[in-house]
Design a binder for this molecule. Structure first.
Ligand code: TK8
Length: 339
């Protein structure tokens, strides 16, 4: 018998004695978690997934390992959601807006001008109503852990500066695959074209579409400034990201493992929001330095836009349910009143 075989048998026997029963296989083979996301590694999303991975590995003593797979290499948000539901992928982060086809209540977060600032967003998303909407995912085979910040969305295009509503006429604008976004931009007069984020850069580059809307951070990290000339500060909606887990897989984890993931998710949320806000504060200057022409809307034009978009509130309320609509409005009012 070779020394190698003898050592192997001895090692195996020792390990079997030390860790009998079923846990043995688990002890030597870490749980692999494929965590997919749509943005680049060098983005607020990429940095927070990395932090999550480190936290999980540390807290589990290496028994759980996260493979972070960015740039939509595992597919678009919608494709990854299906992989999670089927159990072919364990985790992902993406926009709540892309989940509306699965859980219609998620569309509440797409309400234009719902939040005035990030403090309101945090309070409502992390509060009881945010949790209620998140829990709705479970019926559909997904477990939501935490909301991250994608951020307030702003408009870019390659045709002309948008200073007033009419300037949007005829602009082919990529929007997320979601009825609220399609309706919002149709209402504003743009030609709204739903496309997955993973196809967006190429669509802009080849001029399949003229424009898009995303937070400053994403315009920067996805290098949209290379293919977009004009940026209009609209802040038309606050967009959350949400970290989700395959329920099929989650249900097979021990309570300890679930807790490790939940704790790491909370840490990643706090880190991500800070990081995103710090980056957003500098991003506009960066985008100008990269050559983008930036304009703000006059207060009168901003109001016109707000009023126009108000017209779709009734349909959002009908879609998500009037009860939820009212609950969210009440929560926002509570935060505004400083209670
Ligand atoms: C990333 C997307 C992105 C979103 C979009 O996968 O699609 O425009 O803002 O963050 O979820």
């Amino acid at each position: 018998m070779s020394i190698f075989r003898r050592t192997l048998i001895a090692a195996t026997a020792a390990a079997a004695l030390a860790a009998p029963f079923a846990s043995f296989a688990q002890d030597i083979k870490p749980r692999m978690i494929r965590f997919g996301y749509g943005l680049n590694e060098q983005s607020n999303q990429g940095r927070a997934v990395k932090l999550f991975a480190q936290e999980v590995e540390k807290a589990s003593g290496g028994k759980m390992k996260v493979r972070a797979i960015g740039a939509a290499a595992l597919g678009s948000d919608v494709q990854m959601q299906q992989a999670l539901i089927g159990g072919a992928q364990e985790m992902m982060v993406g926009s709540t807006a892309t989940l509306v086809g699965i859980t219609k209540e998620m569309a509440i977060w797409d309400t234009p001008f719902l939040f005035n600032n990030v403090q309101e967003a945090d309070a409502v998303l992390d509060g009881p109503v945010g949790q209620k909407v998140m829990d709705k995912l479970q019926e559909k085979g997904l477990v939501g852990l935490v909301y991250w910040e994608n951020g307030f969305r702003n408009l870019t295009n390659n045709k002309q500066p948008v200073a007033k509503l009419e300037d949007l006429n005829g602009i082919k604008l990529r929007v997320m695959q979601n009825n609220v976004f399609i309706d919002s931009f149709k209402t504003l007069g743009a030609n709204a074209v739903p496309l997955p984020f993973s196809e967006l850069f190429t669509a802009l580059e080849t001029k399949t579409v003229d424009g898009q809307e995303n937070p400053y951070n994403t315009i920067l990290s996805s290098k949209f400034y290379e293919v977009q000339k004009y940026l209009t500060v609209t802040n038309h909606v606050y967009s959350p990201w949400i970290v989700t887990v395959s329920k099929k897989w989650w249900d097979g984890l021990s309570k300890d493992e679930q807790k490790i993931l939940m704790d790491a998710a909370r840490k990643s949320r706090d880190f991500e929001r800070q990081d995103t806000r710090a980056e957003a504060a500098k991003a506009l200057a960066d985008l100008k330095a990269k050559g983008m022409q930036v304009n703000e809307l006059s207060p009168a034009e901003a109001n016109r836009m707000r009023e126009k978009l108000g017209a779709i509130n009734a349909s959002i309320s009908a879609n998500v349910g009037e009860g939820l609509w009212k609950d969210v409005q009440a929560e926002v009012a509570k935060v505004r009143a400083g209670k």
